[in-house]
Design a protein around this ligand. Structure first.
Ligand code: IMP
Length: 180
């Protein structure tokens, strides 16, 4: 088993880049079908979504725009439960078809907060895509979460944009924390 260390923590290989890309290609096809004739605005939630956004957007062939925003709400390996300020929210999303791009949905607090805030600006529609979802950690049902890459167990993962204490975002594959 391919193991790595990020700072003080040991991780083992979980989802290889090839597996990620195959799934992302399918998500792209689904979005292309659903948004035919429209011009969606993809809003990536930084920092974790940057690689997922880059790969997903290359699969999109309807006209589209891309923006990024930021939320600071997470430290270490367990969700703090507190959503802080949303930074860099795009202006003028009234009447737009919005697709929020998240790296991972854990409790769902971050994404539901973003959706609630964006809805105040009256977009025509709002959907979300997350590369990873931990269904057993979910505390907030999110009906807008339409495009999920992989449902995973409630384990801490790192790589492909996801970090552990700021590190590991550059890893091409996704790794999960080994026990102990
Ligand atoms: P939520 O608000 O609990 O859904 O947390 C969402 C955010 O927590 C994600 O955007 C990530 O930044 C972070 N997060 C949750 N689980 C993990 C993980 O396993 N690895 C790295 N970051 C995570």
């Amino acid at each position: 088993m391919h193991k790595i260390k990020v700072e003080d923590k040991e991780f083992e290989i979980f989802l290889e880049n090839d597996t990620l890309n195959k799934r992302i290609r399918l998500l792209g096809i689904q979005i292309n079908v659903d948004y035919e004739g429209k011009c969606p605005l993809f809003i990536g939630v930084l920092n974790g979504s940057f690689l997922f956004m880059a790969d997903l957007i290359k699969e999109i062939d309807v006209p589209c725009e891309v923006a990024f925003m930021r939320v600071a709400s997470y430290e270490g390996t367990s969700s703090s439960g507190k959503v802080k300020e949303l930074i860099g929210l795009p202006e003028n999303i009234e009447g737009r078809d919005i697709i929020i791009i998240e790296d991972i949905v854990d409790t769902g607090l971050t994404l539901s907060h973003i959706i609630k805030t964006l809805k105040e600006q009256k977009p025509a529609s709002i959907k979300a895509s997350a590369l990873l979802l931990k269904p057993s950690a979910l505390k907030h049902e999110i009906e807008e979460l339409e495009y999920v890459g992989f449902e995973i167990p409630n384990e801490f993962v790192v790589g492909y944009g996801l970090d552990y204490n700021g590190l590991g975002r550059n890893l091409t594959d996704i790794y999960r924390a080994t026990e102990g």
